[in-house]
Write a protein that binds this ligand. Structure first.
Ligand code: FE2
Length: 250
């Protein structure tokens, strides 16, 4: 499998490029509008045809580039098959793998960070990889205090769906704010301070309820924009308009 881990620094978001070396078909997980030109350049450099974008959830911290990628490449836009927005082409369901050439992407329904969050599991014959969005981060997890978040649901999703994967499964998170790239199921089961070491449901809920988190700075335009697969709504503040304008002009 062809694989690239790409980074958008303003929101510290990871975008993942997965592609089949035989058919040259590719998918992007969680592409960001701010870095669309970089992502298109990587696809071109590698000689790949973008077939799908996949969202792990409706992001509150950045605008997806799904809609513009569809306009520019003819790809299809896949979203979680729960609360799927009308703009999506494909509602993903657990138990229904998505094929990208020889690469099989297995959706896992993992509510908690949001009520519709999904993770994506890929086995390429050598590695098992799970793309966890904001459900499981390296030694952390996504917040559960907005967007129909639910700490109890997140605990069950991680323990029932992720921590039951083989220990060697590589964990590729939706974000990292400290420059780390990858973890593993074994590492998170051991070292995750919120969920690892056999933390109980009650302990986890107390940790999540005790967090004093700031209001997300992009949520007021990111969520409405992502409901339209990444269309810039009129209320994008001036300091965040550059990626919108770049597309509108181009
Ligand atoms: Fe999120």
């Amino acid at each position: 499998m062809i694989f690239r881990q790409l980074f958008e620094p303003d929101s510290a978001t990871y975008t993942y490029l997965l592609a089949c070396p035989h058919t040259r078909r590719a998918a992007l997980i969680d592409p960001v509008l701010d870095t669309i030109e970089r992502d298109l350049a990587v696809l071109e450099e590698l000689g790949l045809e973008l077939r799908y974008t996949l969202e792990t959830h409706m992001h509150a911290d950045h605008l997806t580039s799904a809609r513009v990628l569809r306009e520019r490449t003819g790809c299809q836009v896949a979203y979680p098959g729960v609360d799927t927005p009308d703009c999506a082409d494909i509602p993903l369901q657990e138990g229904e793998p998505l094929s990208v050439g020889d690469v099989q992407i297995q959706p896992l329904f993992t509510p908690g960070h949001t009520s519709h969050s999904f993770c994506y599991l890929v086995e390429d014959g050598t590695h098992k990889m799970v793309f966890t969005g904001d459900t499981l981060l390296i030694e952390a997890c996504g917040r559960t205090d907005f967007q129909s978040g639910d700490a109890r649901a997140l605990y069950r999703s991680v323990n029932d769906k992720l921590f039951t994967l083989p220990d060697e499964t590589l964990v590729y998170p939706g974000h990292d704010y400290e420059g780390r790239f990858v973890s593993s199921i074994a590492q998170e089961k051991t070292r995750n301070p919120r969920l690892g070491g056999g933390k109980s449901l009650e302990e986890f809920v107390a940790i999540m309820e005790g967090m004093d988190l700031p209001y997300p700075r992009k949520i007021d335009f990111a969520v409405p924009g992502n409901t339209l697969c990444g269309e810039c709504p009129p209320n994008v503040p001036e300091e965040y308009r550059q990626p919108c304008q770049a597309h509108e002009q181009g």
